[in-house]
Design a protein around this ligand. Structure first.
Ligand code: IYR
Length: 251
């Protein structure tokens, strides 16, 4: 495999024509409208205790499946978290994300209905025996009270392409990776705000949820997060995390 790659590189190098020619009569213009570069003095905002403190913050995060509907975080806090998510790096700075925040009870109920119907089929048929067996320690099933109990549902959409001012399609490079990173930042921000969340990936529900929320066809559902405060009787599986030596290799 290694040698193959080397050969490919050699061939590719030989194939480079200089100067690069394109016989088609197309005018290429960058989608990103940025003319200047400005000085940047490096990261300035730090936590008082640095990364150790950040580790303590995120290590306290757990996937929460039971929420109280009694305590409702202010929408402003959710907005700050989404602002944080929107600082994520993205392919060619395309910012290919849309965060839909649902607090309307009727809308939450309709989302729950769509997901529970599909999850019933997922658990009964679409997921194989090994998959459902692997999930037994998490004690999940197709019934999802958190979809109506959590004060907010955040549906994260990836824009698989965008639009240029003239209406042409704009390439959204690495859109899934970009939106996944943004979601990671969102999870950290929610944690910093003292909120709980759960990453869910509703199998087979993407189109129905997109249409329910009236989102355009270039947007595909990546994940759905219930967000709020854990219920008083909330319990989570007694998980252990891998140690540093098991996730890091030094060279
Ligand atoms: N989406 C289903 C099943 C599920 C799958 C995995 I992988 C999990 O880590 C947890 C659940 C559900 O939400 O129940």
């Amino acid at each position: 495999e290694y040698e193959d790659t080397e050969l490919n590189t050699k061939n590719a190098l030989n194939d480079i024509k200089s100067p690069q020619e394109d016989t088609r009569d197309i005018k290429y213009v960058p989608a990103l409208k940025v003319e200047n570069h400005v000085p940047f003095s490096g990261a300035q905002v730090t936590l008082p205790a640095g990364a150790k403190q950040f580790y303590e913050l995120v290590n306290n995060r757990r996937s929460v499946r039971s929420y109280t509907s009694k305590r409702i975080p202010p929408l402003q806090v959710i907005e700050d978290c989404i602002r944080a998510a929107g600082t994520s790096p993205s392919g060619a700075h395309t910012e290919p994300w849309t965060f839909c925040v649902v607090s309307d009870n009727n809308m939450k109920l309709r989302i729950r209905d769509i997901i529970e119907l599909e999850e019933k089929i997922n658990y009964a048929q679409r997921m194989n025996r090994q998959w459902t067996t692997d999930l037994t320690p998490l004690r999940t099933n197709h019934i999802k009270p958190y979809l109506t109990d959590a004060p907010y549902l955040i549906l994260v959409f990836k824009q698989i392409y965008g639009y240029l001012p003239n209406g042409d399609r704009k390439q959204h490079y690495y859109n899934e990776i970009s939106v996944a990173i943004a979601t990671g930042i969102l999870l950290c921000a929610l944690q910093a705000a003292g909120l709980n969340s759960l990453v869910t990936t509703p199998l087979n529900c993407g189109t129905a949820l997109r249409i329910l929320l009236d989102r355009p066809e270039n947007e595909k559902l990546l994940v759905l997060l219930p967000v709020g405060y854990a219920a008083e009787d909330c319990a989570v599986p007694d998980l252990k995390r891998k140690e540093l030596k098991d996730i890091m290799s030094k060279y």
